[in-house]
Design a protein around this ligand. Sequence first.
Ligand code: ZN
Ligand code: ZN
Length: 644
Amino acid sequence: MGEITLQAPDGKTASVPAGSSAAEALRKLVSNKVRKQTVAVLYNDRAIDLSAPLEEDGTLAPITLSSEEGQEILRHSTAHAMAQAVKELYGDGVKVAIGPAIEDGFYYDFDRKTPFTPEDFEAIENKMAEIASRRQPVERLEMDRQEAIDFFRDKGEPYKVELLEDMENDTVSLYRQGDFIDLCRGPHIPDTSWLKVFKLLRVAGSYWRGDESRQMLTRLYGTAFADKKGLKKYLHQLEEARKRDHRKLGKELALFSISEDIGPGLILWQPRGATLRRCIEDYWKDEHWRHGYELLYTPHIARQDLWKTSGHLDFYGENMYSPMEIDEVKYQLKPMNCPFHIGVYNSSPHSYREFPIRWCELGTVYRYERTGALHGLMRVRGFTQDDAHIFCRPDQLEEEIFNIIDLNLHILKTFGFDEYDVYLSTRPDKYVGSDEHWQLSTEALKQAMEKKGLEYEIDPGEGVFYGPKIDIKIKDQLGRSWQCSTIQVDFNLPERFNVTYTGQDGEKHQPIMIHRALMGSLERFIGVLIEHYAGAFPLWMAPEQARILNITDDQADYGRQVYQKLRQAGVRVEKDLRNEKLNYKIREAQMMKVPYMLIIGDREKESGTVTVRKKSGENLPPMTVKEFADMVHDECQAAVERRQ
Ligand SMILES: [Zn+2]
Ligand SMILES: [Zn+2]
């Protein structure tokens, strides 16, 4: 038997007999300490089990628990152990479906007459701990696909049979630990003793293969970590996220509601939420105006023919709502604003001298989302995009992209987001437009980001078919990422709608069109803001900036005067002049996260002042009503003007 040579990531090489296991080879390549943390290996860039035999020369890198891949293998293995525990506890009354690792954990879908409840968690966790203590080896088996189908049919596991029937490969891999055998690609942990820190988290319904016409299954969610510290930190973060849940805060702070009578996924903005939204919109419009944009308003419906020309019916049809007929012509609700902005463009001839043209709109669009996918403000059926379209000449593209990025980051910063991940998606396999155009614009996107000093990752082939794009994901207070801004170059729509301008040469040319959304959807962005600030919005966007609280009824009239004056001065003020104890009223104002409380007693009434109490409890010296209004204005002005 021959020898093979393997190389570790640090360059170290070792020879072992061909057919040695990855674990044996690792012994010659990495320290004991690293091996203790190693769950699997990357062999010639392919993840395989530690027990897998190595037959040829190549690179060998340990996958340790501290890496993302290692954590994923641990979590996926924990999903197997959970399914094993469920089968041992509940026997043939439960059928197993699928159980992948997901971000932060794993799940497994089961078919059981009585769905699981959180009361079942303890028994399942205890059984999993018992399985871990058995130190059962996790073995990989390869099987002929038909053989595997027969095997799972014998076992009475119809979901596995269906999965296998849909596969195309001749051989499939299974993993066995004790009596439990699952269909799986692997890799997995070497034995069950690796499962030390895990927890079941929640249960939810889920349709088999996400298809609402198929069987409803119960999905058990859980997570696993290499150590207790990791789990503790994660549970703390979950708790923090639960407290900040925008659906919970949206109700408590009376920002928005969703009503079955109106329809799922359709947002009703309550007065406080509407005020918050107005502050955001006003700032957005003002800032765009200052940066050379003009505002458009366009209709909510258009003739079906428009959506044929734009290609939306062909490529986006399943997200659009059915047509309605007006004067025997079919109309459809808009899923996007782009064709309308082109309509504005095409309503008059244009010359090269006018470029760049920058048009923006807070455009409300409607898209079909499955009921199961709807989620508070984050996933809805009607939402307002903060949309913009830029028409420019090829030689202006780089500068325009730079300007867009600059404005985007500036606005995101004002909203309190300083950290982001930036991605550049390049040409996919199927595309329209010439290679030359793709190259030119991809280069322009790169140059603009580099000029701005932005670090970015490239997503090769992930661009839309009509052009390359930049995506910006913001990080919130809890470190969670949210996709918000997107900047897309489009070679398709100008072609479809015959968008042209007269060049310096007197000939017709096609301009470059850029689509850009900054917040993405106002609904979703406000959902993110609610969670980012835990409902305690900065003064400039707080729906209620100040609340007037009187000490006794004697100051009620004065309270009303102060209220009138502040409203006149443009301060978003409310009043609580009820005959209640001051402390009680303060507590309520604090619960509503009002930045300033204006307390008025006899002294304030006589001197025509207010005592300003901050949300934190700190008192400011008494000031006149005008002084307070000026202070609020100055503070807001400073917040929205901090340009880097
Ligand atoms: Zn698996
Ligand atoms: Zn667009």
